[in-house]
Write a new protein. Structure first.
Length: 412
């Protein structure tokens, strides 16, 4: 077994843990939401935390513009989804009665302060054999509010698949999409930008006045809308060479695109608060964790996975910033990690989650301390770490803790 990356990882985490409490107290950590073992937790800027609601699991946490309310999707033990919102001051939780939520779509907020979400359309019941339709709806974040349908569009279905790798599950939760391919939903001055199929590849623009949607671009994934709502950044995929993707930014007024040159293996994107920079992550295979295993250990792994495993990669992941004004690029962070998950820039720092590589999990698996088909037993060894990077304070990222779905309040 190759323990070099494992030892480096553990040693690095220990160093960060020693300094984390002191450094976190000295920094201006914003209010944030996170999830811990099925419980939604709110933490204020003073570091006070409170448990507000429990469910089988949570997805798609989204703060409103002033950080006073958090919208979320919860699922019960039957995996039935519901839409909820919590008031950050009172802790009051409201769960809404809605049509069936459309699986995969994120949550967002309309420009007038309502919760934006996607549901199954009742029009499907009267249109057998035609396109599958999805409604975009909005609801005021108060008890007793009824949702309004803003428009309907044809939605491509048929996605499937899964992964036996526990870090894929964590990465999917951190990015709100299977293996990082989330479904976009965002209100803008030009209409509502939305994904057009379950794979999250391609977007349309829905006019909430007419209720109609117009396609914008087909081959465009992991799409994020700029803070001012004027641009949409995403990846143009290369279906022949999957590791190569171009970063494009579409002007939502003219629908013209410009390329942001970056390296191969581009993975996730995030806007800066002022919209003048774009953060992007790069994920590169680092080592084959199966190298050094005995023949017996390899046979055991093959039996568990049900196939001959030639490689189980550890990755190096990095965060880069592209200055869209000066057209310069800078690497801000690099670490031995399976992937970078969430990225959010606040007034004073960049916060991001990092999914660990499988070194520890594999070691525990081979020792019988983790069950291959038991996500709960794997969870402690693949939990995402959240780090804070404030270049004006230090060139080093500070470890804050292990938080699932860390979602800070962005802005003043």
């Amino acid at each position: 077994m190759n323990y070099r990356p494992l030892l480096l990882l553990v040693f690095g985490m220990l160093l960060m843990l020693v300094g984390a409490a002191v450094q976190a107290q000295d920094s201006n950590v914003p209010a944030f939401a996170s999830v811990e073992e099925g419980t939604l937790i709110l933490s204020d800027a003073l570091g006070t935390t409170r448990e507000v609601f429990s469910a089988y699991n949570f997805q798609y946490l989204s703060w409103n513009a002033d950080g006073t309310k958090l919208a979320f999707i919860l699922r019960d033990s039957d995996y039935i989804a519901s839409l909820g919102v919590v008031d950050a001051t009172s802790g009051e939780v409201t769960v809404f009665s809605t049509e069936r939520l459309e699986y995969g779509f994120n949550l967002n907020w309309t420009l007038d302060g309502r919760i934006l979400f996607a549901t199954y359309s009742r029009a499907n019941d009267q249109a057998a054999g035609s396109d599958y339709l999805v409604d975009i709806q909005a609801v005021a974040p108060e008890t007793g509010s009824a949702p309004d349908v803003l428009g309907t569009f044809a939605f491509g279905t048929g996605c499937g698949g899964g992964s036996p790798i526990p870090t894929d599950h964590v990465y999917s939760a951190e990015t709100s999409g299977f293996r990082g391919f989330f479904l976009t939903l965002a209100d803008t001055p030009y209409g509502i930008v939305h994904s057009v199929n379950c794979g999250g590849i391609g977007i349309g623009l829905l006019n909430p006045v007419t209720g109609e949607s117009t396609p914008i671009v087909e081959n465009f994934a992991k799409v994020i809308v700029s803070p001012d709502g004027k641009h949409a950044a995403g990846l143009e995929l290369n279906f022949e060479v999957h590791s190569v993707a171009r970063i494009l930014i579409y002007n939502l007024d003219t629908l013209e695109a410009v390329e942001v040159a970056a390296g191969e293996e581009t993975d996730q994107l995030a806007w800066s608060q002022d919209g003048e920079s774009l953060y992007y992550t790069i994920r590169m295979p680092d080592t084959n964790l199966l190298d050094g295993l005995t023949d017996q250990q390899r046979q055991s792994i093959n039996e568990m996975f049900g196939t001959t495993m030639e490689a189980l990669h550890g990755y190096t992941s990095s965060i880069h910033r592209a200055d869209l004004v000066d057209q310069t690029h800078e690497m801000l962070y690099e670490g031995y990690a399976y992937a970078i998950g969430r990225i959010a820039e606040t007034d004073d720092a960049l916060y991001f989650s990092q999914v660990p590589n499988l070194d520890i999990w594999l070691d525990k698996l081979l020792n019988g301390e983790v069950q291959y088909d038991d996500a709960a037993s794997a969870a402690p060894f693949v939990e995402p770490a959240v780090l804070r990077l404030a270049p004006q304070e230090s060139t080093e990222a500070v470890f804050l803790g292990w938080f699932d779905q860390f979602t800070p309040v962005v802005g003043s």
